[in-house]
Ligand binder design. Structure first.
Ligand code: SF4
Length: 389
């Protein structure tokens, strides 16, 4: 078993030039997000040119292409260990044959989004907030994507966001105060397009703030340009949730991109997905949250992997997540501890999951345990009388 090296994982190293060193890509091209997107690694031949594939991966690359496209930016591909099929970066991004395995309990729409769409592309499940699906494309495709039914354009369903109807709906829904832009990856839209969408949303008086969910800072940090940050800065309060699952994803390029966003005043949170063989241990999660804090990102949610079709090989038991939270709470700074949540299968929304620190409780007292297992009694307030009447 591989020994986890905290010091090595917490260090910021550069993802460039990695596999591309010998091809001598000029630095200005490597640092250009257009070049990164144009040179994404997609085909079996391209992947095989760099990685020693195992049979499960080779078959997966050939067979999963009609479910969710395969594409990886050179930046992210550089993080993959060539000779290690258990590499935590590789498990997230290289298809495996297990994606085609069928479990009838798994779903194509595990969060029940389609049944909560008043307008195509707009999910309104919670009273005061909506999810706005603004694109179906991403810089790279995560093999456990909860929205793989519409993301990447090769599946059975297609995202057909009705822009004008969605804005009309929002204008006439005064209870909506919070709009989350997602997809796909909103930061893949051009600066001009993003500017227009944010400006239109900001013109609706009852929308108090906008959030963006994006994995671009991890897959394509070159996209976090000063120009993009300037646009986002115009629309405060604007929050950004990134998606990092392993400390190795936080390279020096990612750290610098996140610094540009933080310097533009954008509060940053991380939503990570608990994945078997990727981040299902306390030590990996501890290094991840420490490194996120170094990047000025608050670990926000740790998601139990959704019941998406073909994800069984990446899903962990729920108790693994509870053990991880227990291993973090009290053992590291509270600011670094994400909320472990499960999106209720079929569409019940997020349910928080926490280790139980209450041993017993009645009207008089509550017996608690701390992170070391020591017990403490907390008495409830009682009706007291003055000492002297
Ligand atoms: S970046 Fe998000 S939307 Fe895109 S494939 Fe990954 S999880 Fe799915």
């Amino acid at each position: 078993m591989e020994i986890f090296n905290y010091d090595a994982e917490i260090a910021f190293s550069s993802a460039a030039p990695g596999y591309w060193a010998k091809q001598q890509i000029p630095e200005f091209e490597w640092n250009d997000h257009h070049w990164q997107l144009k040179n994404r690694i997609r085909s079996l031949a391209q992947i095989e040119a760099h990685l020693n594939l195992i049979e499960a991966e080779r078959a997966g690359i050939l067979l999963t292409g009609t479910k969710l496209a395969s594409a990886v930016t050179p930046h992210y591909f550089n993080l993959i260990e060539s000779g290690n099929p258990d590499c935590p970066v590789r498990r997230q991004i290289i298809p495996r044959i297990e994606e085609t395995f069928d479990d009838p309990r798994e779903m194509t729409d595990p969060c029940g989004e389609d049944s909560h769409m008043p307008v195509p592309g707009l999910v309104h499940r919670y009273p005061d907030r909506v999810l706005f699906l603004v694109t179906d494309r991403c810089a790279s495709y995560c093999r456990y994507c909860t929205r793989s039914r519409v993301v990447s354009g090769v599946g059975d369903q297609h995202l057909e966001t009705q822009w004008e109807a969605a804005f009309d709906y929002l204008e006439n829904a005064p209870q909506v105060r919070d709009v989350l832009l997602s997809g796909g990856d909103p930061l893949l839209l051009s600066d001009n397009r993003l500017d227009k969408i944010l400006s239109r949303l900001r013109s609706i008086k009852h929308i108090q703030f906008v959030r963006i969910g994006s994995r671009i800072p991890i897959f394509l940090p070159q996209r976090i340009t000063p120009e993009l940050c300037e646009i986002l800065h115009k629309y405060h309060p604007l929050f950004l949730s990134i998606h990092a699952n392993h400390p190795r994803e936080l390279t020096s390029e990612v750290r610098d991109g996140l610094a540009r966003l933080a310097d533009a005043g954008i509060p940053l949170g991380n939503q990570s997905v608990l994945l078997k063989g990727v981040n299902d241990s306390v030590e990996v999660q501890r290094a991840l949250v420490h490194k996120l804090l170094l990047c000025r990102v608050k670990p926000y949610y740790l998601y139990q992997c959704d019941l998406i079709k073909g994800s069984a090989h990446l899903r962990t038991p729920i108790r693994t997540g509870l053990e991880i939270i227990e291993g973090l709470r009290g053992h590291t700074t509270g600011y670094g501890i994400p909320q472990f949540v499960i999106d209720a299968p079929g569409g019940g929304g997020k349910i928080p999951l926490n280790p139980d620190y209450v041993i017993r409780s009645d009207d008089h007292e509550t017996l608690l345990r701390n992170y070391e297992g020591k017990e403490f009694l907390y008495p409830e307030a009682q009706d007291l009388k003055p000492l002297i009447l």
